[in-house]
Ligand binder design. Structure first.
Ligand SMILES: *Cc1c(COP(=O)(O)O)cnc(C)c1O
Length: 395
């Protein structure tokens, strides 16, 4: 397996997305990684096997996915999970009672819920901090801080955290840095190269990219951390099914193509939205008006070095909740739905949908906020759809 990784490591991102971990199958020469739909594997002698004994521990379809994910993040080890939340849950099992974790104050609602309402019960301590403020971040670090949890861009406010700067703060104190890289995807941001210790994804979103599978992943280059997480992956057992691994592998093959189109479409839509009278403010890292645009321009770059800002846009509708909800209910191509990162465009109102669970918390969002996951449809159709919806609120 490692020789394959070394081979693929010399190749460009687009090529690795298609080939890393995916040599033609040894048994029949299948060009596409087979779905090893089996729970167990025949052993060659008592206690001896071909690398696989039981499918919770390892499965060849999952191994291929894990290798490809590691390669795309430029890490040496990948681990796949049944969902993004399963990946984060397994990571938290690495820590002990009394450990302190500093978390971006605008994290994914499900992450906040898991930290605050589940893991505090087991004695983990969390501080939610604006990680775009380095002074506040430094002040939040304690003697018992073990992990700094970054999300960038954040959901739904699209704040951009300077991963290199925050990682440097943590490194000086031996604190692990983890980055939820779901919004940017491995094509537009590689946190390990910025100094982070591990990267996490909800592969449900851009990596799989077709809204047809739920999954998660962690990638790291720390051998000891990997060994412990690999132990926990098997011990806790929140692993993805072989078919889900296969769907994710299929999605990954077009990640570069999709992210370029998502980014082009979103920039076009964001610039258009900024000119609409019904829109009070547009949040998109690619706009010069974005408070961390300069950081994004350096951090959100393709492997070839071109800045691109992904497919997620949030905007605040003038007129608040009622107007936001009317717009979201009126669009036709932008489907009213949670989730993001698929080829099809989606629209949602975070305060009433994805962020309901944080309504009475510091993470509560403006009721007039609308979030778009801009797909890869033709941009003229997307603009027309939004234009019709905005006109309907004016009437
Ligand atoms: C969706 C999401 C998650 C959770 O992933 P699931 O696959 O839904 O469990 C975590 N972080 C971010 C940023 C997400 O968008």
């Amino acid at each position: 397996m490692n020789s394959q990784l070394a081979w693929a490591d010399t190749l460009q991102f687009e090529t690795r997305a298609i080939h890393a971990g995916q040599e033609p199958d040894a048994a029949a020469g299948a060009v596409i990684t087979p779905i090893y739909q089996t729970a167990t594997f025949a052993q060659t002698a008592v206690g001896e096997h071909r690398g696989y004994d039981y499918a919770r521990t390892d499965n060849p379809t999952r191994s291929a996915l894990q290798e490809c994910l590691a390669s795309l993040e430029r890490g040496s080890h990948g681990l796949a999970f049944a969902s993004g939340m399963a990946a984060i849950t397994t990571l938290l099992l690495y820590f002990k009672q009394g450990d302190h974790i500093v978390v971006a104050d605008d994290v994914y609602g499900g992450t906040y819920r898991l930290f605050q309402r589940v893991f505090t019960q087991f004695g983990l301590e969390f501080s939610f901090v604006d990680l775009t403020d380095l002074t506040a971040t430094r002040a939040a670090l304690r003697e018992n801080t073990r992990l700094l949890w970054i999300e960038s861009p954040t959901n739904p406010l699209l704040k951009v955290v300077d991963i290199a700067a925050v990682s440097a703060l943590a490194r000086a104190r031996n604190i692990l840095v983890g980055v939820d890289n779901t919004f940017a995807s491995s094509y537009l941001q590689r946190p390990l190269e910025c100094g982070a210790d591990l990267v996490m994804h909800s592969t449900t979103k851009y990596l799989a990219g077709h809204s047809d599978v739920v999954g998660g992943a962690i990638v790291t280059s720390h051998a000891a951390l990997y060994e412990r997480l690999k132990f926990l992956q098997n011990a806790a057992g929140a692993v993805p099914a072989p078919f889900d691994c296969w769907l994710t592998l299929r999605g990954l093959k077009t990640l570069a193509l999709r992210m370029e189109r998502h980014s082009q479409n979103a920039l076009h839509v964001a610039q258009w939205l900024e000119m609409q009278p019904q829109v009070a403010r547009v949040l998109y890292p690619g706009l010069a008006s974005h408070p961390q645009h300069e950081i994004a321009r350096k951090q959100m770059v393709t492997p070839a070095g071109a800045p691109m800002y992904g497919g997620m846009i949030s905007f605040i509708a003038r007129g608040g909740k009622a107007v936001a909800e009317k717009i979201a209910a009126t669009t036709k191509i932008f489907t009213l739905a949670e989730s993001l990162g698929g080829v099809e465009s989606l629209i949602e109102v975070p305060a009433a949908m994805t962020h309901m669970s944080v309504a009475n918390s510091p993470l509560a969002v403006d009721a007039g906020l609308v979030r778009l996951s801009v797909g890869v449809e033709h941009r003229a159709d997307l603009i027309q759809d939004l234009s019709d919806a905005l006109e309907s609120v004016q009437a």
